[in-house]
Design a protein around this ligand. Structure first.
Ligand SMILES: Nc1ncnc2c1ncn2[C@@H]1O[C@H](COP(=O)(O)OP(=O)(O)OP(=O)(O)O)[C@@H](O)[C@H]1O
Length: 312
């Protein structure tokens, strides 16, 4: 997609979200959670909120309820996350929403589908990853979900296993959740702190005094590349995408030289096909980064070196 198209889509997405925000802010349901819902158990916790499994007191419907403390959450941010999730929830690999946003004395909250098999991080075995068929199922569904988000003029910006919910143990049905960082394409972003392995290098470098980097779909392609690496190996390719991280520096050197002998040692469990796919998703220069869809042409090929040795 061209930068001009990115910006047009981004502007349209922004306008739609502003409209949704206005309407939602007038329709927030004021209630105490336990008046209408029974809290069954905690499903998870993040930096910003807590997610609990609830059932509707009359109808018994099980649902997930994300609760964000009012003390630490701006109403605008809550509404934004809710409206983005609602606007995307028609996709099969994006969490379904019930269209109910609430405000209690202590929290803002919204109701959505509960995933009873937890999230992807819960099945990644350290130094082993997950079975290759499951990794491919995840990759295929995520490409579809992220492409859909991009087609709506947005960039997801938070691909990580904690945000991928499982609806079965073998990853036939996974869904993306947590739209707190999603922004319209073209939004100017400055980032100097909080670099994690999924952060694309153009962001971790920081933008100094410049107005910021206009975000686009290539940020999600990078994060998907890191995620696929983790699913196949059970470890991160690096801690942070900064020159002080020697694993990242070795990777950059290999990307630049293109020589097999420069391939970092911890990439060896991967097949040549998987390496070639990840080279595209993890191109250091964003304009050279492969589109997410490049993953699809690798789905029929082995992704682990041991599978090649076995003749799969
Ligand atoms: N619908 C759901 N069903 C089951 N578990 C869920 C659901 N939604 C969230 N969780 C669990 O709760 C955790 C935290 O949820 P979420 O990522 O939405 O919170 P957050 O505070 O925005 O997190 P972060 O720190 O990543 O920003 C998830 O990692 C997941 O394990």
């Amino acid at each position: 997609m061209s930068l001009a198209m990115d910006l047009t889509l981004g502007t349209e997405a922004q306008a739609l979200l502003e409209e949704m925000l206005k309407i939602t802010s007038q329709n927030l349901v004021h209630m105490e959670v336990t008046e209408h819902y029974q809290i069954i158990k905690e499903l998870g916790k993040g930096k910003y909120g807590q997610v609990v499994l609830v059932t509707h007191r009359q109808r018994g419907t099980p649902m997930a309820l994300k609760l964000l403390p009012k003390a630490s959450t701006k109403l605008q941010n809550f509404l934004y996350e809710y409206c983005v999730a609602l606007s995307l929830s028609a996709h099969p690999a994006i969490i379904g929403m019930f269209g109910i946003a609430i405000e209690s004395s202590q929290h803002y909250g919204f109701l959505y589908e509960a995933a009873l098999h937890r999230d992807l991080i819960s099945i990644i075995k350290p130094k082993a990853g997950i079975p290759e068929p499951a990794a491919k199922l995840c990759a295929k569904q995520l490409v579809s979900a992220l492409d859909f988000i991009h087609s709506r003029g947005l960039v997801y910006r938070d691909v990580k296993p904690e945000n991928i919910l499982l609806f079965d143990r073998h990853c036939h049905c996974i869904k993306l959740t947590d739209f707190g960082l999603t922004r319209p394409q073209g939004t100017l972003l400055r980032l100097v702190t909080g670099v994690i392995p999924y952060t694309a290098p153009e962001l971790s470098r920081g933008t100094g005094d410049t107005p910021g980097l206009p975000i686009d779909a290539s940020l999600d392609a990078w994060a998907l590349g890191v995620l696929i690496f983790c699913l196949l190996t059970g470890y991160f390719p690096w801690e942070k995408t900064l020159p002080e991280d020697s694993f990242f520096e070795d990777f950059v050197e290999w990307q630049e030289s293109g020589l097999d002998e420069d391939l970092p040692f911890h990439w060896r469990p991967l097949s040549n096909d998987a390496i070639s796919m990840l080279r595209k998703l993890l191109a250091v220069e964003p304009s050279k980064r492969g589109p997410l869809r490049c993953v699809l042409s690798y789905l029929d090929r082995p992704w682990r070196a041991e599978m090649v040795a076995k003749g799969h």
